[in-house]
Design a protein around this ligand. Structure first.
Ligand SMILES: [Zn+2]
Length: 539
């Protein structure tokens, strides 16, 4: 909602030359948004499509040439934007020389900067679908497969991987929860173990062929993305356990260990090196495309190592945790999935919906932008190479001073990652992202002297236990209002709960009102709902 409101505001201001139709569209849209009902904007005329295409084309080229994105600077760079009014796809073409850069972080950053820098324009495309990058006329999948072929899906490789030994900091769920006792360690059958969820902290220090050991990002507004993603993953790891998954890291969590080759803390180095230590025999995971002559070879291997490892261990989902970069005004969460992968999109949607619910549950963060739809982006190697539902969660923009403050705030970190863990659970359960609320109740009636039993209908997917609160609000003067709080441990207990009220003489005059709300253990509270009860004289 925040996102669409602000982009409409920008959209209406940015197209002064469009016809009166556009102005009408803006008016209609703001009215519709004010009443919270989506309205179909009127279709755009051919002239409007062409105008928007030109604005997008100019912006893309402006950003592409605004700074040096690549160690070997190819500027001047030409991007050709084509907008298809039928499919609502924005196609961006680069020349064939960019093909060799596919799979590398430099190209991802370049494409990401252009895509995000144009969001105020692409938001004006009614029903905007996706950005389709082409290099030499071929789509990104072609280049990924051409340049960096996926290793053969090899059962031998999977068998070679030792079962992950439970450790102190990574106890098996079987030790946390009674009913699963022993299952994790005894059985190797995929039905018996909890779903493995790879929780991948983005980036980490790598070895640059010329400059030696270096971080992948720079510290901005106090945030070093390479490190802070690990803090987020600490939370996500725990929350994934609480949500019934078996989390798997791709970077070391122990700051006390030293990574020998670099002399750095093991926690600060990239996944490539952790996986090398973990799986020295399986170099296809962490040393893919070893002949790559680029100085950035190991950084590029790091990107691929994450999904390749997830593939090898048969993970059921993977979440890549990042922070975002753009102009200082860009703000809020983004989730990025690969185009044409329905499961990934569904997981991304549920994740955003849950993140919004959890982050906004704390009044300090209610204004934080969490859009409801993921961005579909074809150039992300972390997603492309994953054989299971995969998404990149850009929690916030470290380039925005306000976002950066939140990214450093442990309360915000915890809520954001609770949202991710919950969204992934809802995806596994095939659940919807119905928001947590108390269902409306038809008006109740009871005779004076009769005890009425009011059920409380909880909707959505709270994390139990849940606290149900019922409070009478319009009791007579001099009479105490009845109120009750009840902790219910499960959905079943919530369904069985009844609030009892006995109608008294003198209460027949006006309906009685009770305010009902609930709060779950994650701290998410429902809006208040009013139940009414009419007490009748016995006839
Ligand atoms: Zn990143």
């Amino acid at each position: 909602m925040y996102r669409s409101m602000s982009s409409f505001a920008i959209g209406c201001g940015r197209l002064p030359t469009l016809l009166a139709v556009a102005i009408a569209a803006c008016l209609v849209s703001s009215v519709a948004l004010a009443t919270d009902e989506p309205a179909d904007p009127p279709p755009m005329t051919t002239m409007q499509w062409q105008h928007l295409e030109k604005l997008i084309n100019d912006r893309a080229n402006e950003i592409a040439n605004s700074r040096q994105f690549f160690e070997e600077d190819p500027r001047p760079t030409e991007v050709v934007a084509t907008l298809d009014p039928t499919t609502k796809v924005l196609r961006l073409d680069l020349d064939v020389s960019f093909g060799r850069l596919v799979g590398g972080l430099e190209l991802e950053d370049f494409q990401s900067q252009i895509r995000v820098g144009m969001e105020d324009l692409t938001d004006q495309i009614p029903g905007f679908n996706t950005t389709d990058w082409r290099i030499g006329g071929r789509d990104m999948d072609y280049w990924f497969n051409e340049d960096f072929p996926l290793p053969e899906r090899d059962d031998d490789l999977r068998l070679q991987l030792p079962l992950r030994e439970p450790s102190d900091e990574n106890p098996p769920i079987s030790q946390l929860e009674g009913p699963n006792d022993g299952m994790y360690v005894q059985s190797t059958s995929s039905e018996a173990v909890l779903p493995r969820i790879v929780v991948a902290a983005g980036h980490g220090a790598y070895h640059h062929a010329k400059f030696g050991w270096t971080t992948q990002r720079e510290r901005v507004n106090g945030v070093l993305e390479d490190d802070i993603t690990q803090d987020f993953v600490d939370h996500l790891f725990r929350m994934t356990q609480l949500n019934g998954g078996d989390p798997v890291r791709v970077r070391a969590d122990n700051a006390g260990l030293t990574h020998e080759a670099s002399g750095l803390s093991a926690r600060s180095v990239a996944a490539r090196y952790y996986l090398e230590a973990l799986e020295p025999e399986n170099d296809a995971i962490w040393n893919s495309k070893p002949e790559d002559p680029s100085d950035l070879r190991e950084r590029n291997q790091d990107i691929r190592s994450r999904p390749l490892y997830a593939n090898a261990i048969g993970a059921s989902a993977i979440a890549h945790i990042h922070t975002n970069a753009d102009l200082p005004k860009a703000s809020g969460t983004r989730v990025i999935v690969h185009p044409g992968r329905g499961a990934d999109l569904a997981m991304g949607r549920l994740t955003l919906c849950s993140m919004r619910e959890l982050i906004h549950a704390d009044e300090r963060y209610v204004g934080y932008t969490v859009p409801l739809d993921p961005n579909t982006v074809s150039e992300k190697g972390e997603n492309t190479q994953a054989e299971m539902p995969s998404m990149i969660v850009e929690v916030g923009f470290h380039t925005n001073p306000n976002d950066a403050k939140l990214l450093l705030d442990p309360d915000f970190q915890r809520l954001a990652m609770r949202g991710v863990a919950k969204g992934m659970r809802l995806f596994r359960e095939g659940a919807s992202c119905e928001s947590f609320r108390v269902g409306a109740q038809p008006q109740m009636t009871a005779n004076v002297g009769q005890q009425v039993q009011m059920p409380v209908d909880l909707k959505g997917h709270p994390v139990y236990p849940v606290d149900i609160s019922v409070k009478q609000v319009n009791c007579k003067e001099g009479q105490a209002c009845r109120s009750e709080r009840r902790l219910v441990a499960s959905k079943k207990a919530a369904d069985e709960y009844r609030f009892g009220y006995l109608c008294w003489h003198g209460e027949e005059e006006a309906p009685l009102e009770f305010v009902v709300f609930a709060k779950d253990v994650d701290g998410v509270a429902t809006p208040s709902v009013t139940y009414t009860l009419t007490c009748k004289k016995q006839s």
